[in-house]
Design a protein around this ligand. Structure first.
Ligand SMILES: *[C@@H]1O[C@H](CO)[C@@H](O)[C@H](O)[C@H]1NC(C)=O
Ligand SMILES: *[C@@H]1O[C@H](CO)[C@@H](O)[C@H](O)[C@H]1NC(C)=O
Ligand SMILES: *[C@@H]1O[C@H](CO)[C@@H](O)[C@H](O)[C@H]1NC(C)=O
Ligand SMILES: *[C@@H]1O[C@H](CO)[C@@H](O)[C@H](O)[C@H]1NC(C)=O
Ligand SMILES: [Cu+2]
Length: 254
């Protein structure tokens, strides 16, 4: 165990960042640059993405997990137009060109209706989120195997640097916040990496998710959820071949 963690740290020591977030979004053929993480927060503007901190969040009960620490709308922020049914491609790249620096755990994405303008919302913890995509453990793999995870695909451009999710085709038009999240279970405590951005969804849809699909952040996850409680233990586990992705069921737009 110690040896394996040491190996991971060694593998990361050549990079300046061992954490990160979504650095750009490709939406209906338009590329939106993400917030460039900096400490302290700097005067960035005209982005769809809210501010974030590159460090992992480990307390699912903290308001920090909603949109990544303060998750503030930057000056001049706006909503990216997107047609219901089309895909959003999120890319994870560190400033020195490295891909995502972790491998174990699922990728998930949520939407929340803003019931109006998203850009003026300061307290995102009151929003109701529904899950639109999740990629957990591939069939046949154990939780401790890198290749079992879509998160591993993002590692240093191993397969890709991005993840596509589809805005449900039947979704009622309106303004929404999209919340991508990487859940890293290779270490204890769990590491959550959420990122939020503003969308203006168009289309002919009339569907909205029922209450059974709606959650809040904080609120959706607990440290006792099987998919979170396994954090750290997953690292060398070559026998557990099932994984329950935390949070509600995916809403397909029907
Ligand atoms: C989108 O913009 C980012 C930086 O703003 C850039 O690194 C990336 O290559 C661009 N992607 C595309 C598909 O143009
Ligand atoms: C959120 O994270 C910041 C930075 O790590 C920390 O100072 C603050 O106490 C956290 N807030 C909550 C409510 O956990
Ligand atoms: C992801 O979406 C982009 C367009 O946004 C598309 O060009 C690409 O083929 C998609 N990739 C996958 C794997 O679906
Ligand atoms: C795997 O399945 C067992 C039996 O249903 C369950 O108790 C356990 O929590 C699951 N493990 C994970 C990581 O989801
Ligand atoms: Cu990290």
């Amino acid at each position: 165990m110690k040896l394996t963690i040491a190996t991971i740290v060694a593998a990361l020591s050549g990079t300046s960042l061992a954490h990160g977030g979504v650095t750009s979004y490709l939406i209906d053929n338009k590329n939106y640059t993400g917030y460039v993480w900096s400490d302290p927060y700097e005067g960035q503007h005209d982005l769809i993405q809210r501010s974030w901190d590159m460090n992992p969040l480990s307390d699912p009960a903290s308001t920090n997990v909603t949109c990544n620490n303060k998750g503030l709308a930057v000056p001049g922020t706006f909503h990216a137009p997107v047609t219901a049914g089309s895909s959003i491609r999120a890319t994870w790249v560190t400033p020195d060109g490295f891909g995502w620096p972790h491998t174990l755990g699922p990728l998930v994405a949520y939407l929340a209706s803003c019931d109006g303008d998203c850009t003026t919302i300061t307290d995102t913890s009151s929003l109701k989120w529904f899950k639109i995509a999740e990629d957990g453990l591939r069939p046949g793999y154990a939780v401790g195997e890198d290749d079992g995870w879509y998160q591993n695909d993002l590692w240093e451009n191993r397969r890709t640097r991005y993840w596509n999710v589809t805005v449900p085709a039947g979704l009622k038009p309106g303004r929404y916040i999209v919340r991508h999240e990487i859940i890293m279970i290779g270490l204890d405590p769990v590491q959550l990496y959420p990122n939020c951005a503003h969308l203006e969804v168009s289309g002919e849809g009339e569907s909205v998710p029922g209450d059974e699909f709606l959650v809040t952040f904080p609120g959706a996850y607990s440290l006792t959820d099987p998919g979170i409680a396994i954090s750290g233990k997953a690292l060398n586990d070559k026998t557990t071949k099932n994984y329950t992705v935390p949070g509600p069921k995916v809403w397909k737009g029907e």
